[in-house]
Write a protein that binds this ligand. Structure first.
Ligand SMILES: Nc1ncnc2c1ncn2[C@@H]1O[C@H](COP(=O)(O)OP(=O)(O)OP(=O)(O)O)[C@@H](O)[C@H]1O
Length: 332
């Protein structure tokens, strides 16, 4: 059973590098990744196949070590921890939900017995009641006496989430939790993750290639080539008419040394290549094609995006104080 969370972010990765060497060939799976997740947050990490998502999760789950950089989860330094600390970390600090439903649950135990396993390990009291309570939170109390094979994939993943949080971990890690599910069941399972985060307050990180996950989380971090590139923040606002509306805003991530990856759509739309022109304005930086002549509106061959304030052919990175979501820089 965990006690009060230590101060600082729940997950902090700085300049994380993981290099694999296979038959003399080096693969840089993570190339200086930065990620900060605050206590209680619900964050998704998305990216194309091969972008480094599983490598990140394997490091965060304590199964692998980074080649360089820092990874600290709830006060535990994953780079320096020894064997005994690793076992304690995997038992007390993190809970996992894996993609393969068969990897999450013991096939010869019922749903209630599976959820009770971490409670037995931690020596908690009132195990049967707590297991039922968690199955109820996940909306699968009716499956309590069923074996995994007698449940649907979605039900199994909900039981898996209940099992993963039974030991009261500080952080819940999920690797493609909907990878084996159809679309509508996937939505249900993502909602279940949102619910467990909101109800129990457990910091939750979901790694997936499914871009629709951003509809269910507070923040979506995009990984490209082993680095965080952009983030989408979502918030709910109540309008004057009293109706709540969801707002999503995309930010580029600025790392400690000032590196910035522009979103691929922006690069392609403005035909930015090799070298771009920077213009420092009082409250923002202008990024334009190298052949854009300052003071003119039209760089050669570019029509510019419709409906933007900046000159066509430019992508303006504004730094106003009052723009929503920029108070934290959007670059954690
Ligand atoms: N154990 C390993 N040995 C060698 N290369 C590896 C190893 N694990 C991952 N890689 C390589 O590292 C890169 C990132 O892989 P990773 O599995 O982290 O990506 P991913 O985003 O999770 O992809 P997917 O969505 O397909 O699972 C890939 O080029 C992969 O081939």
């Amino acid at each position: 059973m965990t006690t009060t969370a230590p101060p600082g972010p729940a997950i902090l990765c700085e300049d994380l590098v993981r290099v694999f060497v296979t038959e003399g060939v080096e693969v840089q799976a993570l190339q200086g990744l930065n990620l900060r997740v605050d206590t209680g947050e619900l964050v998704a990490v998305v990216g194309a196949s091969g972008s480094g998502k599983s490598t990140l999760l394997t490091i965060l789950s304590g199964l692998d070590r980074p080649t360089a950089g820092t990874a600290v989860v709830s006060g535990t330094n994953l780079v320096t921890m020894g064997g005994a600390e690793r076992r304690r970390y995997q038992r007390d600090v993190v809970g996992f939900v894996w993609q393969q439903t068969s990897r999450n649950l013991l096939p010869y135990l019922t749903a209630a017995e599976n959820v009770a396993v971490p409670l037995v390990v931690s020596g908690a009291r009132g195990r049967a009641a707590r297991a039922l309570e968690l199955l109820d939170v996940m909306g699968v109390a009716d499956c309590r006496d069923r074996l995994p094979a007698q449940m649907s994939g979605g039900q199994q993943q909900r039981v898996a989430i209940a099992t993963a949080v039974a030991g009261s971990p500080r952080v819940l890690l999920a690797d493609e939790p909907t990878g084996e599910l159809d679309e509508s069941t996937s939505q249900d399972v993502l909602e279940a993750m949102r619910h467990v985060n909101a109800t129990l307050g457990v910091t939750t990180l979901i790694v997936t290639h499914d871009p629709t996950v951003s509809e269910h989380v507070h923040r979506t971090v995009q990984i490209r080539d082993g680095r965080t590139s952009t983030e989408v923040l979502r918030r709910t606002e109540r309008g004057e008419d009293g109706v709540e509306r969801l707002h999503a805003e995309e930010f580029a991530v600025l790392d400690k040394v000032g590196r910035l990856q522009l979103p691929r759509e922006v690069v392609e739309r403005l035909d930015l290549r090799d070298r771009v022109r920077l213009g420092l304005e009082t409250d923002h930086v202008r990024v334009s094609r190298h052949d854009h002549v300052p003071g003119t509106d039209d760089p050669p061959g570019t029509d510019g995006p419709p409906g933007t304030d900046g000159p066509p052919g430019t992508d303006e990175a504004r730094g106003t104080d009052d723009s929503p979501g920029t108070d934290d820089g959007g670059a954690r």
